[in-house]
Ligand binder design. Structure first.
Ligand SMILES: NC(=O)c1ccc[n+]([C@@H]2O[C@H](COP(=O)([O-])OP(=O)(O)OC[C@H]3O[C@@H](n4cnc5c(N)ncnc54)[C@H](OP(=O)(O)O)[C@@H]3O)[C@@H](O)[C@H]2O)c1
Length: 298
């Protein structure tokens, strides 16, 4: 059996800690853990299980590693790759970043090391939760180098993920899809909470009242397609309900009117795709959503 490559981790943040702990538990050996603040480093080393002696602010301590993991903010990746190259990377060292947007090749330098990108399709809101959620998580593997791609599969297996190949040219749209799926879900949850506070509930009550509905919807999406999981007035063709929504928005929360119109228009397309709406209801909803904002005075 070939020996596992030794690792160095730069960036003791959410992704670095969760992935680092998975790799540590899978038996990988560490050369160094590099950060910028001693306290963060101590905390991360304890979380991952790395010997605190290997936690350092000195980047040159990564150079002996076979694989260097750059778990830093996207904006810091390129400069860091150049800094590593200037320290004299071994020809056999592989650089890995975790950005869903940037291609691995942004870490290419001359002379430099082979580069690989691994992107877990997961929201690392906190490292302990993400550590658990990494089990079975789809992870995009992207590299122009076949040996790096093979290494990517090994690392993804070790972190408990499910690797899939993503071409570099698809990364922007891929990352956009991930952002819409995750970030906008949160934005919409906050919008719903704010609407609920207009009924007289405080933010905490609004959050608690809406949570079961949000969880049930997520559970439906876990086994149904978006078309099948869709319920509500647009899917039912309740035109007057949508008219009431628009009027209430124009009256009470006008800054959400445009958002509602855009989302309702996409929801209408979804409902039509499932062929649950009559042509007449679809036409009536379409006309209603295109009308200028209703005047709350009339
Ligand atoms: N968060 C997610 O949901 C998620 C999901 C998938 C992929 N990713 C990707 O994972 C990567 C890391 O994201 P994250 O959410 O883990 O970020 P994060 O929590 O902000 O952690 C980044 C860490 O890198 C450290 N750092 C930055 N520049 C450094 C440098 N020059 N030397 C040493 N340490 C440095 C930061 O230290 P300071 O505290 O001193 O700034 C911080 O500890 C990004 O490429 C991101 O796109 C994130």
């Amino acid at each position: 059996m070939t020996q596992r490559p030794s690792l160095a981790l730069i960036g003791p943040g959410r992704v670095g800690c969760a992935i680092g702990k998975r790799l540590h538990d899978a038996g990988y050996r560490w050369r160094a853990l590099v950060g910028r603040q001693q306290e963060t480093l101590r905390d991360a080393a304890a979380f991952i299980g790395i010997d605190p002696q290997r936690a350092t602010t000195d980047l040159s301590r990564t150079i002996e590693a076979d694989v260097i993991l750059l778990a830093v903010q996207d904006d810091a990746v390129i400069a860091l790759a150049h800094e590593l190259a200037s320290l004299g990377l071994k020809k056999t060292t592989t650089l890995v970043h975790f950005s869903g947007l940037l291609p691995a090749s942004v870490m290419d330098t001359d002379p430099g090391a082979p580069t690989l990108s691994i992107h877990p399709l997961l929201s690392f809101a906190d490292r302990a939760t993400a550590l658990v959620q990494l089990e079975g998580c789809p992870c995009a593997i992207e590299s122009e180098n076949a040996a790096c791609t093979a290494l990517g599969h090994k690392l993804v297996d070790a972190i408990g993920g499910r690797g899939f190949i993503l071409p570099a040219t698809a990364k922007t749209l891929y990352h956009l899809a991930a952002s819409v799926a995750s970030n906008f879900q949160i934005t919409l949850a906050a919008c719903a909470r704010n609407l609920m506070t207009h009924c007289g509930f405080d933010q905490q009550q609004a959050t608690e009242l809406l949570r079961p509905l949000q969880q049930a919807t997520a559970a439906n999406l876990a086994h149904l397609s978006a078309e099948e999981a869709l319920t509500g007035p647009i899917a039912r063709g309740d035109v007057s309900t949508v008219a009431h929504h628009l009027l209430a928005l124009a009256t009470e929360v006008p800054d959400m009117l445009d958002l509602y119109r855009v989302l309702a228009t996409h929801t209408l397309t979804l409902a039509q795709a499932d062929q649950r709406l009559s042509a007449a209801d679809a036409e009536a909803l379409n006309t209603l959503l295109k009308q200028r904002p209703p005047d709350p005075q009339h």
